[in-house]
Design a protein around this ligand. Structure first.
Ligand SMILES: Cc1cc2nc3c(=O)[nH]c(=O)nc-3n(C[C@H](O)[C@H](O)[C@H](O)COP(=O)(O)O)c2cc1C
Length: 326
């Protein structure tokens, strides 16, 4: 599929997740054939007023992550335009505006999902940002603020008129946050009105779901969020299934262990920002999801505060799992 002039290798994208989809996670997703990655959201104010240096933790990416979108949030047309110019200068393939975040702090400042309460203003903002850059502008929205304010169809309309290159829809309202079920039928209806590529999102739990969302809604691509945490293999599985092959075998225990150890190594190499052991605890929890004894193992991992101990404990867990009778 294409977004603007940009060719994407396949329609299985990783959804942006603050606190999760850092450069390491994106590298691993791309290795397993993820079609496109997006950074965690970056404040347009910080980026426009202080500069990319201040946002390096979130904006830094490696060439092997490409194609990559850098996501910004905010509500001021001028500030968003300046931030978009800086995203382009940083070499991103796409600039994406977050219009779906339901976090209070972001909404109180008028950004995220709160922006979509005012479609006409969104139109003015988008026109201005589109004019500021040569790379494609995309947006990520929700159905609307709540069930009495379903604005996605109007937002799609103003986005198309403004020259936005693609739109991703998380099929819940902001009020729902992550509750209830994502409304795939809504994605199908929105797609039937769309002249630009539509990316479906919400409640894809496995590769079969991803392919089903493509087929049932007719959307052009899908974004996988929570189900990709600790599971970059999901993108390889999507590709297999999509191309009509047998479902790809799940990763072996050996493959999982190798990837976790690599993730730890990359975290240790990453400069600054946070404590790598603390960060690794949550990832280990995700990587072992579904494996025997993973719940109590996860609890024990959360007590560890030394990376060498973490390596030993994780390696032992996997060796024991390998030795256990099937
Ligand atoms: C921990 C977490 C952080 C998120 N951060 C962002 C973000 O920075 N930008 C964004 O557009 N959406 C963000 N989202 C929303 C996801 O991109 C996605 O829309 C949502 O999780 C639904 O997809 P899923 O059911 O596949 O997880 C976040 C979601 C989670 C769970």
């Amino acid at each position: 599929m294409k977004i603007g002039r940009l060719d994407l290798p396949n329609p299985f994208f990783m959804a942006p997740m603050a606190g999760v989809t850092d450069s390491i996670v994106r590298i691993l997703a791309r290795r397993y054939q993820c079609g496109m990655v997006t950074t965690e959201m970056v404040s347009s104010h910080v980026l426009a007023e202080i500069g990319a240096q201040a946002c390096l933790g979130r904006m830094h990416y490696r060439p092997m992550e490409k194609p990559i979108a850098i996501q910004i949030f905010g509500s001021d047309a001028e500030v968003l335009s300046e931030a978009a110019r800086r995203v382009e200068a940083a070499g991103a393939d796409i600039v994406d505006i977050n219009m779906g975040c339901s976090v209070d702090k972001i909404n109180r400042s008028g950004g995220g999902a709160a922006l979509c309460k005012r479609p006409a203003e969104v139109g003015r903002i988008l026109e201005r940002v589109v004019r500021s850059v040569n790379i494609p502008l995309t947006i990520k929205i929700r159905k609307g603020w709540n069930n009495s304010q379903i604005t996605a169809p109007e937002i799609l309309h103003v986005a198309q008129e403004s020259g936005v290159a693609a739109l991703a829809i998380h099929a819940r309202t902001s009020e729902q946050a992550y509750g209830g079920k994502a409304d795939w039928e809504f994605i199908r209806e929105l797609k039937s009105r769309a002249r630009i590529p539509l990316i479906g999102n919400g409640d894809i739990t496995c590769a079969a779901d991803a392919v089903r969302m493509l087929r049932e809604t007719g959307c052009d691509a899908v974004m996988i969020g929570r189900a990709s945490r600790g599971n970059p293999w999901i993108f390889r599985e999507c590709q297999h299934l999509f191309q009509g092959g047998q479902p790809a075998p799940p990763p072996t225990l050996e493959e999982r262990l190798r990837l976790i150890l690599e993730h730890m190594e990359l975290l240790l190499q990453k400069e600054g920002e946070g404590n790598p052991v603390v960060q690794m605890r949550k990832f280990v929890g995700w990587y072992v999801r579904g494996l025997p004894g993973s719940a109590s193992f996860r609890e024990s991992v959360f007590q560890i505060s030394d990376m060498n101990v973490m390596v030993d404990v994780v390696t032992r867990y996997f060796h024991e799992a390998q030795a256990a009778p099937a």
